[in-house]
Design a protein around this ligand. Structure first.
Ligand code: DUC
Ligand code: ZN
Ligand code: ZN
Length: 461
């Protein structure tokens, strides 16, 4: 099967140029001017961008959490991904008590089988750090193809600082990476108790219970452990100006601290918790939305290179039935999380590139190229000969008004309802196979459940 994409503007992390792209057997075979027109399928991409598919390295598909489960499974979540121009996901795989890492990886792979519509990998989350599990880190990096490991500094399943140090040392030996959800649990516990005593438990207090300083302190502490072990760490969903300042401070000292942020921390702020009725629950996620000051600081952090990656933290729960299941009188019982996988690329283009906050090349870097490098996806992340043909044909002029009705995520709301975006993915390819297509006023899934493959990642050296 061969395909030729003609006349598109190819965008890389460092530049852009007009050329044709020849695809054979799922790979990019040639890039150049006036390439062989004998391909079976010829697509004219004049006036469009030819982008590498976005990679979302932070999703929680079907994750059991707070008495329920994140609603998108591998089918609905990756169909939504495909429709949004996301052609790879790296999903969190929460180790259960008593499980080995291998068992956790195999369990989650079995959930994906026959369902997953785009390629995927897994980050094991270490939640039961028995000595034999720490010893298994080597095999996870070198054999299972899962070289990055999530840990939480909060929640009941958090790891303590000593475990974190051991994990940093162990991952360093073999080319692994620790990813950390950085919030200080004691600050949060204390404020939860104060708000309980005062009877102030509406959604807005979720944000007040997890102040910027809780993130700042945890980022600082994590960075100190990295300094001590001469290792490296990746801060997931960095949300605050203060947390960013600690990331930058560490980086300026030559400490290997990397960071990711998400569209919600760039585009939304804590005023959302004050929406009428119980609407604020839609934005109950951890860390919470911050102020506009943090939004601005994070855009700056991307442009200065302190934040290397954009991800979604896609973790959807219905507003009716899940968010309000137990939490109408108590923010602590509202399942934490929000949908975002399908809106990642359109928001970053419209709010980022079209509004002049980031360049097109920066967008490609933080959504694809840097992500593939950070996480060892050697065949992904670039429009380059030899790479997988994971390609988004993107129309920078196509308008779309975001509404959950026209999206595919298995949830009853989007935080961006009613927002008009400029620029949409109009054709999306995964290893050369078309998986989604713009049709009149929305994107339709045209791929196949079960087509996606588990991608074994490389050690991260
Ligand atoms: N935060 C969320 O909001 N949801 C999933 C897990 C997390 O850390
Ligand atoms: Zn988290
Ligand atoms: Zn998360």
């Amino acid at each position: 099967m061969s395909m030729l994409i003609k006349n598109g503007l190819i965008v890389t992390s460092t530049g852009r140029y007009t050329a044709d792209v020849l695809i054979k057997d799922g790979k990019i075979k040639a890039i150049g001017a006036d390439l062989d027109n004998s391909a079976q399928n010829i697509i004219d991409a004049k006036g469009k961008y030819v982008l590498p598919g976005a990679i979302d390295p932070h999703t929680h598909l079907s994750m059991p959490f707070m008495g329920t489960s994140a609603q998108d499974d591998y089918a609905t979540g990756t169909i939504a991904a495909a429709c949004g121009g996301v052609t790879s996901v790296i999903d969190f795989d929460l180790q259960q008590k008593g499980e080995s890492i291998f068992e956790a990886v195999e369990r989650k792979k079995s959930w994906a089988e026959g369902k997953v519509a785009v390629d995927y990998s897994l980050h094991p989350a270490i939640m039961d750090p028995r000595p034999e599990v720490i010893d298994e880190i080597k095999d996870a990096i070198l054999e299972y193809g899962t070289p990055s490991f999530k840990i939480f500094m909060v929640y009941d399943f958090r790891v303590d600082d000593a475990t974190m140090i051991r994990l940093l040392q162990e991952t360093k030996k073999y080319g692994g990476l620790v990813q950390v959800h950085a919030e200080n649990v004691h600050i949060i516990d204390h404020l939860n108790q104060e708000f309980e005593k005062a009877g102030t438990l509406s959604p807005y207090y979720h944000a007040l219970s997890r102040p910027n300083i809780a993130e700042e302190e945890a980022v600082f502490r994590a960075a100190k452990m990295v300094e001590m072990t001469d290792s490296k760490i990746y801060i997931v969903h960095l949300s605050s100006k203060e947390g960013l300042a600690r990331v930058k401070e560490a980086q300026d000292k030559g400490i290997n601290v990397f960071a990711e942020t998400c569209p919600q921390y760039l585009l939304l702020d804590d005023e959302r918790y004050k929406e009428s009725g119980f609407n604020g629950a839609k934005y109950v996620m951890s860390p919470p939305l911050r102020t506009k000051e943090s939004n601005i600081a994070l855009w700056d952090g991307i442009n200065r290179g302190n934040i290397q990656i954009l991800a979604t933290d896609h973790c959807p729960f219905d507003f009716s039935g899940k968010k309000d299941m137990n939490g109408t009188d108590d923010y602590r019982k509202i399942p934490n999380g929000a949908p975002g996988i399908e809106t990642l690329l359109m928001l970053m283009h419209s709010e980022g590139v079209a509004k002049g906050r980031i360049s097109l090349e920066k967008m490609v870097d933080v959504l694809s190229t840097a992500t593939a490098k950070m996480f060892g996806l050697k065949d992904k992340g670039e429009i380059r000969v030899g790479k997988d043909a994971d390609i988004v044909i993107f129309d920078p002029k196509q308008k779309f008004t975001i509404t959950q009705k026209k999206l595919h995520m298995n949830v009853d709301y989007t935080p961006y309802e009613g927002m008009e975006v400029t620029g949409m993915p109009v054709e999306v390819y995964s290893r050369g196979k078309k998986v989604s297509q713009w049709q009149k006023d929305h994107v339709e899934f045209v791929g196949e459940k079960g087509y996606g493959k588990f991608v074994k990642r490389e050690p991260l050296i």
